[in-house]
Every structure is written in C-alpha cells, then in structure tokens.
Write a protein that binds this ligand. Sequence first.
Ligand code: BEZ
Ligand code: FE
Length: 290
Amino acid sequence: MTPAEREQAVTDEVLASFDTTADPRLREVMQSLVRHLHAFARDVRLSEREWEAAIAFLTRAGHITDDRRQEFILLSDVLGLSMLTVAINEPAVPGATEATVFGPFFIDDAPEVELGGDIARGAAGPPCYVSGQVRDTGGHPIAGARIDVWEADEDGFYDVQYSDDRSAGRGRLRAGADGGYRFWSVLPAPYPIPHDGPVGDLLTAAGRGPMRPAHLHFMVTAPGHRTLITHIFVAGDPYLGRDAVFGVKDGLVVDVEHHPAGVAPDGSDRPEAWTSIAFDLVLVAEPTHS
Ligand code: BEZ
Ligand code: FE
C-alpha cells in the first residue's frame, strides 16, 4: 500500500463504520463530516502537534463555557459557520427583512414591556426611540406579533455579562393592531465579542479584531410566519465592513436621527437630546398545511 492508499483506507474504514446508522440523516451528516474532516487533515498535512493544539483549544473552549458564556457559538460565529447556516436556511425573500446571526446573548424569558415602554431598564446610553411596523411581504400588518429585542449598553456589555444578575437592555413586546411597534432603548454602540478566551486568542493570532458594529437584536414571531432573527445596524459605524462575525447585510443598516431635548413622537418630554430609528420588520408568510 502506498502512503496515500493507507490514508484513504483509514477514511474508508471510518466511513463504513457509520453504514449501520439507523437514522439516515445522521448517517449522511456523519459520513460527510468524516469525509471533509479527513480531507482537511490531508490537505494541510496536519501534524501531531497541531492536532494536540486543536484539542487543547477545544478543551479550553469547553472549560470557559457555562450558562452565561458560550465559547462554541463564538467559535462558530468567527468562522462564519453561523452566517453560512443562516444563508442556507434563510435565503433572502424579495421584500422581506433579511436574517442575521443570533449570537449568544438572547434570553428566552425577557421581561414583557408594554408598547412604547423602555427596554433599557437602566442600561447606560443615550436614549433611542425605535419604531416601525411588522407586516408581511404583501404589505399586511401582523397584529400582535411578538417582538424580542436585546442589546448591549454603551460600555459594550449585555446584562448577562455582568455578575450581578441584572436584567437590562432587553424586553419582549407585542405589535399593535396595525402591526406598529415602538419602544425606548439606548443607542446601540459597537462592542467586542468576548475575547478573553481561546476564540479571542485565535482572532489575535489571525490579526483579526473582535469588534462588532453597533446593532440592536430582534426576534419576531407570529403564527403563520417564519420567525425572523435579525439586527439593525447603525449607518456610519466604523466596523460595518469588518464585523468579527460577518453578520452585516446592507438592508439592515439604518440611519439614526439625532434630536435636541424636547417632545418625542410618543408625546413624552425628553429633558436631554435623544435619538430615533425607524425600521419596518417584514416577515415571510409560511404556507399553512391542512
Ligand atoms: C451578538 O451580537 O450579540 C454576538 C454575536 C456573535 C458573537 C458574539 C456576540
Ligand atoms: Fe449583539
């Protein structure tokens, strides 16, 4: 056997070991994974030291991961795997708001906030009034759509990154009868993804930065519609062209309006300067199965 044949024999034996997998999808995924993983190792002629370094990297990622820190999602994000999965599963639909990366900072039981309420709830930053309409691609308002929003404060941290169990910069609200939504928040600021772990070391070694352009996360759900997971990004942000996790799409970049102190659209009297963002959330109707 030539060395190349011996290498191929290893791959073939492992592939065959999955032939008995009862679940056909699991068989397909695992055999493809083995094929590509082995091809990668052959391609780079993976050394034993490099294999050990990879295992040490993954071990560190495991050790730093807990309920509040998800290093494996970060790894997927900086490798572009998260955005590739979005691209595969959420292809652009004309007229619909595009999807982007979920990120690791969503919390399922965010506090309910009334329409027009304040989701900042103590998060630091300049006030920002966010409003728009939830509708489908046919222009029909989606009354009562559930809207989850979450964002970092002006120091670049989500509430869950603080050790004091605070809940701030996030909330869940319902669109009104006309699909309209509005809430007060803080102006999104650029921030670094957590980079004090192995993923941060990888970025440094690659000469890449950890920054994400300023953004506000949305997850919008409504019966009979595809769930939309997206962000809005702030136009003019210096990191728009070099998001550490490749999440920026042109259609998600919005202008921020700056206003002096005074009366806001909801009639409230703002004692300080404030900002506003208008953005409609357009969902894709799902065919109903009877
Ligand atoms: C975020 O935007 O919250 C995020 C996305 C990917 C990695 C880290 C953070
Ligand atoms: Fe974020």
